[in-house]
Ligand binder design. Structure first.
Ligand SMILES: C[S@@+](CC[C@H](N)C(=O)[O-])C[C@H]1O[C@@H](n2cnc3c(N)ncnc32)[C@H](O)[C@@H]1O
Length: 395
């Protein structure tokens, strides 16, 4: 799926169509209207100033009320967001397009790139109007910069070197370098950024060298390798096999079932397209697809599939969002081994979590909170980028 970043691309894609079922749009969130806990509208400004209205509505795609509430907390004016979903024409005015989101993620947070600066939408509008005739003016003057990458001893423009989308052109007060040196400078910028990102991702106590951590894309394979080392193939293959909760596209289930012959059941409410690489390998190796229980893990689901849960070998979850704690609780109540790699703390969605009389506010608090549920629970670090701390129980 190509990502739309400007109005021309958008119009080319939607031209004459009632609907475009699968689209990704990247732009700046310039307006947000929270109609209710179930419904948010937002205006996304594309690089040429064209606005597209997006809608996030519980009941559409995999949005639940809780996820809409969480998204409302996560996205802020000025953020660069990537919205995936479908384009529909508005019922009352077919010239107006509506981007109905199935996913929305923040690519660059305004707060992080502009510390202590309010996002001014009007300033942006004037930038957009001026864009065709004159180079846009800087929106604001930033006094301090965090995580700036230096090239030739100067603060490099991340928009210019990441994807040449700096709207300020020559007026940009960050370094763009000479156009003939672009390829070389960009290569240097990318290398420096990779090192910086890995260093930032390191959590206190992680003994893995940030420079040698495997790419995020390999995390499923590395996690399963670790599961096999720790629990053993024999244990993992028992009964109905492993429950891969919040498994998304099935990366863990693929590694377990197709690469290791360990039965796996994916539990995730999301309907996802299977990866082409998985389909190819599965065809070649005549490997059966894992079971998919398309639902959220909760007590009701456990009761509904009592035998399957009671006979499983272990429950695992990689970056399972709001399912993290329920994986731990379910495993403890069924006395099953588990391994979970938490990612988001989601303190606003779970405001009542407390550990040592303190509210859970950070990632380290969250890991401590999960471990406090049973003295047998352990944790360690896995060698991949991003959140890589695994909390586990060997029964
Ligand atoms: C960040 S994605 C992680 C996907 C995959 N494990 C990975 O590492 O790429 C989080 C997934 O959790 C799923 N999810 C959220 N709450 C859940 C729940 N209660 N039970 C099962 N899955 C859940 C979502 O649908 C989503 O696919």
């Amino acid at each position: 799926m190509t990502t739309i970043t400007n109005g021309n691309q958008l119009h080319e894609v939607v031209d004459g169509k009632e609907r475009v079922l699968s689209i990704a749009v990247k732009g700046q969130l310039v307006r947000k209207r929270t109609v209710s806990k179930n419904l948010i509208f937002g205006d996304i400004a594309l690089t040429d100033g064209e606005l597209i209205q997006m809608m996030v509505h519980s009941g559409e795609a995999s949005w639940t009320k809780e996820r809409v509430i969480q998204l409302n907390w996560d996205i802020h004016l000025g953020d660069i967001v990537l919205v995936q979903g479908e384009i529909r024409r508005e019922e009352t005015n077919s010239n107006r397009l509506l981007l109905v989101a199935s996913a929305c993620t923040v690519q660059e947070s305004w707060e992080k790139t502009h510390p202590q600066q309010r996002f001014e939408h009007n300033a942006l509008e004037s930038v957009v109007k001026e864009k065709k005739d004159a180079p846009p003016v800087a929106l604001a003057t930033k006094q301090t910069y965090e995580n700036m990458i230096q090239l030739d001893g100067k603060n490099a423009c991340k928009y210019h070197f990441s994807n040449t989308t700096c709207q300020r052109g020559d007026a940009c007060h960050f370094y763009h370098g000479k156009s003939e040196d672009y390829a070389q400078l960009r290569q240097e910028w990318l290398e420096k950024r990779t090192i910086q990102k890995r260093a930032i991702a390191m959590v206190d106590g992680d003994p893995n060298d940030p420079h040698s951590k495997a790419l995020k894309s390999q995390r499923a394979a590395l996690f399963v390798e670790w599961l096999v080392d720790i629990f053993g193939v024999q244990l993992l293959s028992r009964g109905t096999g492993v429950l891969d909760v919040a498994g998304g596209k099935g990366d863990i289930s693929f590694e377990l079932q197709c690469k290791r012959n360990i039965p796996s059941t994916l539990i995730d409410p999301r309907v996802v397209k299977q990866r082409k690489t998985h389909i190819k390998v599965m065809r070649e190796q005549l490997c059966n697809k894992w079971l998919h229980i398309q639902a959220e893990l909760n007590d009701e689901l456990v009761n509904m599939h009592k035998d399957h849960f009671e006979n499983c070998s272990a429950i695992v979850g990689m970056h399972p969002d709001e399912a993290t704690e329920v994986i731990v609780n379910t495993s403890l109540s069924l006395n099953k081994p588990f391994a979970v790699v938490p990612c988001c703390v989601m303190s606003r969605l779970f405001p009542d979590r407390v550990c040592n009389n303190e509210k859970i506010a950070s990632y380290n608090d969250f890991v401590a909170y999960l471990k406090s549920k049973d003295p047998r629970i352990q944790s360690t670090f896995l060698p991949f980028e991003g959140k890589n701390q695994v909390v586990f129980l060997l029964t």
